[in-house]
Write a protein that binds this ligand. Structure first.
Ligand code: ATP
Length: 327
């Protein structure tokens, strides 16, 4: 039986292997109903495998997955009409025309959206008669998204929704996903773009090497930590020895990086005392601050702190700490 009060998705101790390769390694996470939840991680972290298991395309080898209170394998027939899936690869027959594909996706549902609406909204009007294989990467992505949404799903899984899209299409896609949330639809997306996760997600699950390494809202994840920034912009150029003299004024634990003739970045504890010292240093140097702003860590910084690698690195690249490699 399903329970409407259960979270939209519950993944519990999921393990998935491809031969000897451990793609998902004891992953547990939940997705709240009506939220946008991002699964963020580098290429190869296990995001697609996890999503495909939630979508019922793969059977959990160990652990369990429940989606809208149902078992995606055993309750597949009941679940399919209630979810929308945008696959990373598109999953289309290469000769099918864009509009035919959308009509076909609509025909699988009892109460589809008028497909003209999606065509218009996603800027697909000009390519309705174009065979799938001739669409650009960004058009294929938009068509995949339209197919995922045409059945008015309660829950939509979108795998790297904006990969290959131009900035305009990215913004449209983000707005569309936000509108879905406003309508009460749950959105689960995978991405390795931190700006996408930061902009859209209520909750972010950061995964690496098939494991969950952090969970929280964008604000929770980027708050605190050891490193913050102060950006100083002045009205007349700094003296030539600015980096040295400011570093000396601030003391150990801070780094001063000159960005250009009128701005610099202090990295270190961004507290009241550091701010006061920066402003006193300006007075001593005879420069007038135009702005003095505090910055927080980005998700990229968080990922780097947790794994020793950047989000753009492959999941299989070495972890300098874990693998004893000195960078
Ligand atoms: P990407 O963003 O590159 O799709 P991902 O985080 O979605 O990465 P997965 O696609 O789930 O990660 O892959 C996890 C690991 O499992 C990777 O090391 C990948 O090479 C491997 N893998 C994925 N699919 C297969 C497969 N069909 N056969 C063998 N190995 C696979």
């Amino acid at each position: 039986m399903h329970d409407d009060h259960e979270p939209a998705v519950v993944v519990d101790a999921l393990e998935m292997r491809y031969g000897a390769k451990r793609a998902v390694d004891g992953l547990s996470l939940t997705v709240a109903r009506g939220s946008i939840t991002a699964v963020l991680g580098p290429n190869g972290a296990g995001k697609t495998t996890t999503l495909e298991t939630c979508e019922g395309y793969r059977r959990p080898q160990r652990g369990t997955v429940r989606v809208l209170g149902l078992d995606p394998q055993a309750d597949r027939r009941a679940l399919l009409p209630r979810i929308g899936v945008m696959l990373q690869s598109g999953g289309a027959w290469s000769g099918i025309r864009a509009e035919e594909m959308l009509r076909h996706a609509a025909s699988l549902h009892a109460h589809p959206l008028p497909h003209e609406l999606l065509v218009e909204r996603l800027g697909l009007a000009d390519c309705g008669r174009t065979p799938y294989r001739r669409l650009s990467g960004g058009q294929q992505q938009r068509l995949g998204l339209a197919c995922a949404l045409v059945g008015r799903p309660e829950l939509v899984f979108v795998d790297e929704p904006t990969a290959g899209m131009d900035p305009q299409a990215r913004r449209t896609t983000w707005e569309l996903l936000e509108e879905l949330r406003a309508d009460g639809v749950t959105v689960v997306l995978t991405t390795h773009y931190m700006d996408e996760a930061e902009r859209l997600a209520d909750t972010i699950h950061i995964i690496d090497r098939g494991r969950l390494i952090a969970t929280g809202s964008p604000v929770e994840l980027t708050r605190g930590g050891s490193v913050s920034t102060i950006r100083l912009v002045v009205t007349s150029p700094f003296p030539p020895d600015a980096p040295e003299s400011l570093t000396a004024a601030l003391g150990p634990g801070t780094t001063v990086t000159v960005l250009d003739a009128l701005s610099l970045l202090v990295t270190g504890p961004a507290d009241a005392s550091t701010l006061a010292r920066v402003s006193r240093w300006c007075e001593e140097q005879g420069v007038l601050p135009e702005s003095l702003s505090l910055g927080t860590r980005t998700l990229e910084d968080v990922f780097l702190e947790l794994t020793g690698r950047g989000l753009d690195d492959e999941a299989d690249s070495p972890d300098p700490r874990r693998d004893g490699v000195v960078a």
